[in-house]
Design a protein around this ligand. Structure first.
Ligand code: AMP
Ligand code: MG
Length: 331
């Protein structure tokens, strides 16, 4: 039995993995608090983790005999220092109380492996590797290749904003609530994406990087040129165009990677992987290339402890037994 502990940003999570499945999964979100400030406030996030861990632990205790936990797997980084420190301190304390093993897990490995949570025997299928992974969240945009030993080779990252960050900043300019992704998606569904064309950076073949800061600047200028009545009338089209530009870039890069190298499968992860249009477009790409596509369930897209327990369970080689606190841990 493995207990996963996650607190790298603003979600507090505990999950128990036993015999190939989850018997407990809980995530406590702080979105309502941070929405008041238009983004995550690090000190408040740490304070909330301190409050939430004991609540989650009490809930876990009601459902699972803690003495049966053999290992605790905790996110050691990357993430917000205060948030990570609380998760690590919580895991250490519990480890001392239970006398079990404690290992550290890389948060981004958790995300990258999350599309396989519902396919725990994926490692036995050699033809799925190398696996092409696209991790798109509020803090990261990482295109990578995962081999059969689950070593990760980064192919492209963003030089400025992450895809989710661009969505959130765009949403803020549009006067929408944080986090902006779900709201922009709703308006975009009713809009025409061809009416507003936004810039797409580094879409040429061989440009192994992403940039999403220009699109946000472009939105700012376009909004400044509109009257209030025009904005109201064209709001849905703007959302559709903005969302489309970001998704187009992501899908184009996936396509280019598939043309450069041989891959056995495609996976999508991170909070932006909730987006329906992105999911559809990646599935279409997989079908066109005759490749299986792995999409995590929505509860495994944002930060969660299940992906941390899963990463430790299926891939002990890449866990660490020195529980260092690593806010800037590279992949
Ligand atoms: P994470 O950083 O993994 O916790 O994911 C949060 C990010 O995902 C934020 O930037 C959200 O705006 C974004 N996000 C969540 N749901 C959606 C969605 N349906 N469409 C686009 N982005 C989304
Ligand atoms: Mg995350």
């Amino acid at each position: 039995m493995i207990l996963g502990v996650e607190s790298s940003c603003d979600d507090t999570g505990l999950a128990i993995w036993e015999a190939g499945q989850f018997i407990y999964e809980q995530t406590s979100s702080q979105i309502d608090l941070h929405a008041l400030y238009g983004g995550v406030v690090p000190q408040l996030a740490a304070r909330e983790h301190l409050r939430n861990f004991p609540i989650l632990l009490k809930d876990l205790q009601k459902q699972v005999d803690l003495q049966r936990i053999k290992q605790i797997a905790v996110t050691c980084g990357p993430g917000l220092p205060g948030s990570l420190a609380l998760g690590i301190a919580f895991a250490w304390s519990l480890r001392l109380a239970l006398g079990c093993e404690l290992v550290g897990v890389h948060h981004l490995r958790g995300h990258i492996l999350s599309p396989f949570i519902e396919h725990p025997n994926f490692r036995k299928q050699n033809n799925l590797f190398p696996h092409l992974s696209l991790l798109v969240s509020g803090g990261n945009t990482i295109l990578s290749s995962v081999d059969e030993t689950l070593s990760i080779r980064v192919l492209a990252t963003t030089i400025d904003d992450a895809a989710g960050e661009a969505i959130d900043k765009g949403a803020k300019l549009l006067g929408l609530r944080y986090p902006g992704g779900p709201e922009i998606e709703q308006y975009a569904q009713q809009g025409d994406a061809r009416k507003y064309i936004f810039p797409q950076a580094f879409t040429q073949d061989g440009e192994w990087k992403f940039s999403f800061s220009g699109i946000k600047t472009s939105l700012r200028y376009r909004l400044a040129a509109l009257t209030e009545a025009e904005l109201k009338e064209q709001f849905r089209d703007i959302c559709a165009g903005y969302q489309r530009a970001i998704i187009d870039v992501l899908v184009k890069k996936l396509h280019q990677a598939l043309q450069h190298d041989h891959f056995g499968s495609i996976g999508l992860s991170g909070g932006v992987a909730n987006n329906r249009l992105l999911r559809e477009r990646v599935q279409e790409l997989g079908a066109a290339m005759y490749l299986p596509v792995f999409l995590p369930k929505p509860k495994y897209t944002g930060d969660n402890a299940s992906m941390i327990a899963f990463a430790a369970a299926i891939d002990p080689v890449h866990t660490t037994d020195t529980i260092d606190f690593k806010p800037n841990w590279p992949l």
